[in-house]
Design a protein around this ligand. Structure first.
Ligand code: NDP
Length: 276
């Protein structure tokens, strides 16, 4: 078992290169899998106000016996907290539900451009960072146009943008924008959210040749591109499988094979239309 390495955010904070996704899961399930994951060597846990399991995540953290300072806890807040003071309140609410006094990474969950308050929410996050209540700040589902506004109006880029990304939706424009601005790309639904990605012929063939599982091939692809995947499982027996992707490397030919299944942005959730 190889440890999960870290990536370094633009402010120098170290973030694990792979984490555990927490949606959908109730509090009880969340508590059990978070404790098991931390004991199995996971350090990054990705929850959200919207998942309604922050209390369970907090209980799992305490049950794990792992030192809090070794963990990297991420949560996200909803549209109703888009505002400078509101974002501070969103932090306080999540911290209380989690039972933590500090959150490692706090994200604006969706830009909700129709509300047009994400820049104010970003200012709230900047204040929380200054006050040391969070170690890093970021956004989720922001398009380059939304990021342009954050940069233009505050001069500060998010440390992380968490977006929908897998080999069939490889999001090259977003990745290039992030790379140009020092933003780490975190991949949600990295193994296809229980759909048919893991049955894709190219992935299954490659997995067979390498004696890996399809999930491991896909997760290794993310890691090799410098992306931080957060695969969700509520099955303890899958925890080791999903994290053991740091002891092998895909060669250029294999990366090219995976590039060939990119279907563009078809089916990607449109953050100008959807949000909460
Ligand atoms: P994932 O791509 O992580 O897929 C999860 C699904 O794959 C579940 O059905 C899980 O089932 C199954 N699975 C897990 N491991 C394996 C395996 N080794 N082999 C086969 N199947 C497996 O999708 P998610 O949509 O859950 O995305 C991951 C995380 O991203 C979420 O949990 C959440 O934290 C975050 N997210 C963020 C969003 C945002 O707007 N920012 C939106 C959506 C997700 P089982 O549990 O039974 O193992």
């Amino acid at each position: 078992m190889t440890d999960i390495p870290n990536v370094t955010l633009a402010n120098g904070i170290e973030m694990p290169a792979l984490g555990l996704g927490m949606s959908p899961m109730g509090d009880g399930e969340a508590e059990a899998i978070v404790a098991a994951a931390l004991q199995a060597g996971y350090r990054l846990i990705d929850t959200a106000e919207n998942y309604r399991n922050e209390a369970g995540v907090g209980r799992g953290i305490r049950a794990s016996g792992v030192d809090r300072d070794e963990m990297f806890v991420t949560t996200k807040f909803n549209e109703r907290w888009h505002g400078e003071a509101e974002a501070q309140q969103a932090f306080a609410n999540s911290a209380e539900r989690l039972g933590l006094d500090r959150i490692d990474l706090l994200l604006i969950h969706w830009p909700n451009p129709r509300k047009d308050r994400y820049v104010e929410a970003w200012r709230g996050l900047l204040r929380l960072l200054e006050e040391g209540k969070v170690r890093a700040i970021g956004v989720s589902n922001f398009k380059p146009a939304h990021l342009d506004r954050l940069l233009g109006e505050t001069g500060v880029a998010p440390h992380v943008n968490q977006i929908e990304l897998d080999p069939t939706h490889s999001r090259p424009e977003e990745r290039a924008y992030h790379a140009a601005h020092g933003i780490v790309t975190e991949s949600w639904s990295p193994i296809g959210a229980g759909g048919d990605l893991l049955a894709n012929r190219t992935i299954v063939d490659l997995a067979g040749r390498r004696s890996k599982t399809p999930a491991q091939i896909v997760l290794r692809w993310h890691v090799q591109l410098g992306l931080v995947p957060i695969p969700k499982t509520s099955k303890p027996e899958r925890l080791a499988e999903n994290k053991d992707v740091f002891d092998f490397e895909l060669d250029q030919g294999e990366m090219d094979e995976l590039a060939s299944i990119d279907g563009g942005d078809v089916g990607v959730t449109d953050a100008d239309r959807f949000g909460h």
